[in-house]
Design a protein around this ligand. Structure first.
Ligand code: FE
Length: 256
């Protein structure tokens, strides 16, 4: 992993430059040389961890209904809508693909429909990461603090709290966010790029937290993320973000 800051995380493998959460996207992100790759996990009816974003199948696959209603063999008979040669990847396939690379993994534990948690998924994920020797190279993320508490109990060494804009607004201050993070033993936050500025970043860092951004997809959002004192940001356009960071470091005006 390079020591460049902020680090760049290919969101869902780089969802605007490749087909989100597909093996092709993870190969693409690995080839770009980004510092991290982000992806989401759900669980099938028979307990297999699989990589896709939504709790339901309609948007990205040829299937219907909740991911958790299908067995793995049923899920694997589906196709990705935007990559018909591929099906929904298993967690193991993605770990196998990324293990030989130097890339950091940023794995989001998703709830099912209605934010219903998959009981015990945290320990199951940690076990798989350990088996592939990837536990130390992974940050587990969630919008739900109880998921991160259970991930800590299961032995995940680093956890990042994705702060939804509504949560940020209702808690209101960096101190309040930091208190919740501390109670859940989380050392790193991710905030929506449009809800961050230098004052928020400074206040959160002063409170002892690592700060990153998510959803920096447009050029202006990427440039904003690059200009703030962030640890990392996620983007659907990792190639564009790498180019803009390189141009910035070279002191040249960045453009497409
Ligand atoms: Fe995600």
């Amino acid at each position: 992993m390079s020591g460049l800051r902020p680090a760049i995380a290919a969101h869902r493998g780089g969802a605007r430059e490749a087909v989100e959460n597909s093996l092709a996207a993870f190969r693409y992100a690995a080839g770009l040389g980004v510092e991290q790759v982000e992806f989401d996990v759900h669980r099938t009816a028979d307990g297999a961890l699989v990589v896709l974003h939504d709790a339901t199948l309609e948007r990205t696959t040829t299937g219907r209904g909740p991911v958790g209603a299908l067995r793995l063999d049923e899920l694997r008979s589906l196709r990705l809508r935007d990559a018909p040669a591929e099906t929904v990847p298993t967690l193991e396939e993605v770990l196998e693909l990324l293990a030989p690379t130097p890339i950091g993994l940023r794995i989001e534990i998703k709830p099912g429909p209605g934010l219903a948690r998959y009981a015990g998924i945290e320990a199951q994920l940690v076990e798989a990461l350990r088996r592939f020797g990837l536990l130390e190279r992974t940050v587990v993320t969630s919008f739900l603090l109880p998921v991160l508490v259970d991930a800590a109990r299961a032995g995940a060494p680093s956890r990042l709290w994705l702060v939804a804009p509504l949560v940020q607004a209702s808690l209101g201050t960096a101190e309040a966010l930091a208190r919740h993070a501390r109670e859940a033993e989380v050392g790193e936050l991710g905030l929506h790029i449009d809800h961050l500025d230098t004052a928020w970043v400074l206040a959160l860092r002063t409170a002892g937290l690592e700060v990153g951004a998510w959803a920096a997809h447009e050029d202006e959002q990427i440039d904003k993320a690059l200009a703030l004192d962030l640890t990392v940001f996620t983007t659907d356009r990792p190639r564009a973000a790498l180019a803009r960071r390189a141009a910035r470091l070279a002191g040249a005006p960045a453009d497409r």
